[in-house]
Write a protein that binds this ligand. Structure first.
Ligand SMILES: Cc1cc2nc3c(=O)[nH]c(=O)nc-3n(C[C@H](O)[C@H](O)[C@H](O)COP(=O)(O)OP(=O)(O)OC[C@H]3O[C@@H](n4cnc5c(N)ncnc54)[C@H](O)[C@@H]3O)c2cc1C
Length: 459
């Protein structure tokens, strides 16, 4: 179908100002943040413009768009904050780009149920501020909070700073309204628990919009904490800090946020910093703080100055840029980087850390930091390299993934799959795991029009 014919059909569904085929608009949707921050094997070819950008205002319009797209076999890609790091929102095969940010209303705050019903394009920062007015907070707090949306975060099963306590975005979902690729609509029951068979919400959590477009979500809200303590400790090395964290969990102490980080790890004795945040009822927070201090002391942890700890926490949404700048690595043309967030069985974390540093050393790749985030098994490694080192970085990455799988871990716990990690899906899930996903996709999307080419390939 010609672009102008498509435009004419679409503006029968949405107001004319909500659709565009202007080149500069289409061009602005050709990528997500992954292309800025990361360099992948296909960096040059990953960008792709859609044929038309549409900003739907309601579910009915999306249903009609799907009916049209099925008739004409036109791909549809949902796009929200565009902050994804793996190319999942890139309209790889062109077609219709659904910019969901116009569907950004709070529909209901239910204070007794501790939940909020929203349209999916709502911004996290805005939603959190609105909830605070009712003495509630949003549990999800990623680096990208100022730009990411609820729909995008459910679709990547995103993880934030306070996921130790509040868990991933997906675990905060109570109910969803979803337009299926065929244009049919489902609404799951927004209930805190159900034993009525398959939990259909899970089909749309972390599946990057390949099974349906989320048009409404009911998510949990949490009580605004009475007190928040932000604490920082420095340990002689990663292992000492890590053991402290494991002991913390074994005692049943679950902070709101937890990050153990070792910057520029060169030897086994690079100091590691532990940042812990407790929030909740004042007396409980004070008791937790006292117990944490005792555990840290036992492993030689020195408490850091309160001011610098607080500053680090307050600047958490701009942490990456600051670190890159401090290291003189803020030139994305000269340097590329990856953050790998892998999930490991806790007993193998220390061994994996050593192995990952060894692999990066072998390929002469700069390691900016390693650490754990949210849970002792959630290990991260941040690397940076020049374009000339691209091939070596790719080899290092492949070896890291091999090691993760050898240890029984998962290769990504935070950012999703998108286009970038699709090639590892079979290794991660096995042939029959992928077979199930393909069969679900074929059953729900017989014309393969919804976000094709992401996560799995359908012939
Ligand atoms: C500086 C920076 C820091 C980041 N920090 C974190 C972090 O701390 N934790 C973390 O988890 N991630 C982080 N990310 C990655 C990113 O913010 C998350 O993946 C986030 O979940 C993406 O949300 P979004 O609204 O931008 O979605 P998009 O990038 O627009 O889309 C993500 C995926 O969801 C699909 N999608 C979007 N809306 C819908 C919908 N309504 N229905 C169905 N599918 C939909 C898209 O097609 C795509 O597949 C960071 C990114 C940046 C740039």
């Amino acid at each position: 179908m010609e672009k102008t014919d498509l435009f004419n059909e679409i503006v029968r569904i949405v107001p004319i100002e909500n659709a565009s085929i202007k080149d500069f608009i289409l061009y602005s949707y050709r990528k997500d943040w992954g292309v800025i921050y990361r360099s992948f094997e296909f960096k040059k070819t990953i960008e792709h413009s859609p044929d038309i950008v549409v900003k739907p205002e309601n579910t009915e319009q999306i249903v009609k768009i799907f009916k049209l797209a099925n008739k004409q076999k036109i791909p549809i890609t949902p796009y929200s904050g565009g902050t994804g790091l793996l190319g999942a929102a890139i309209p790889h095969y062109g077609g219709i780009l659904l910019d969901m940010k116009s569907m950004n209303k709070i529909l209901e705050i239910n204070e007794d149920d501790m939940s909020v019903r929203v349209q999916p394009g709502i911004n996290l920062e805005f939603l959190n501020n609105e909830l605070k007015k009712k003495n509630l907070i949003l549990g999800h707090d990623p680096w990208s909070r100022p730009s990411a949306t609820v729909g995008g975060c459910i679709s990547t099963n995103s993880v934030g700073y306070r996921a130790t306590k509040y868990k991933s975005m997906g675990e905060q979902v109570l109910g969803l309204e979803v337009v299926l690729p065929t244009g049919n609509l489902i609404r799951t029951r927004a209930i805190h628990k159900s034993s009525m068979g398959l939990d259909l919400n899970r089909l749309f959590i972390g599946t990057e919009g390949i099974f349906g477009v989320i048009t409404e979500a009911v998510i949990k809200a949490f009580p605004l904490y009475e007190k928040r303590n932000i604490l920082g400790f420095t340990f002689e090395n990663f292992n000492k800090g890590f053991e402290t964290v494991v002991n913390l969990f074994k005692k049943g102490l679950y902070p709101a946020s937890l990050e153990l980080e070792e910057e520029l790890p060169r030897t086994s004795n690079t100091p590691a910093t532990l940042q812990i945040v407790f929030e909740g009822i004042e007396e409980i927070v004070d008791l937790q703080t006292k117990m944490l201090k005792g555990l840290c002391e036992k492993n030689g942890g020195r408490e850091n100055r309160a001011r610098s700890v607080k500053k680090k926490w307050e600047e958490r949404h701009i942490g990456f840029q600051k670190l890159a700048k401090r290291l003189g690595l803020d030139n994305y043309v000269k340097y590329h980087g990856w953050d790998l967030n892998v999930g490991l069985p806790v007993p193998f974390v220390k061994e994996f850390r050593s192995k990952s540093l060894e692999i990066c050393r072998k390929y002469n790749i700069n390691v900016l930091y390693v650490g754990i985030w949210d849970h002792p098994g959630d290990f991260f490694i941040g690397i940076m390299f020049t374009p000339e080192q691209g091939e070596s970085a790719i080899k290092a990455h492949r070896e890291l993934v091999e090691e993760v799988h050898k240890f029984g871990g998962t290769m990504e716990t935070v950012h999703g799959v998108g286009l970038a990690f699709k090639r590892y899906m079979e290794k991660e899930h096995g042939i029959w795991g992928i077979d199930i996903m393909k069969k679900i996709k074929q059953a729900l999307d017989p014309n393969n029009i919804l976000n094709p080419g992401k996560q799995i390939d359908i012939k």
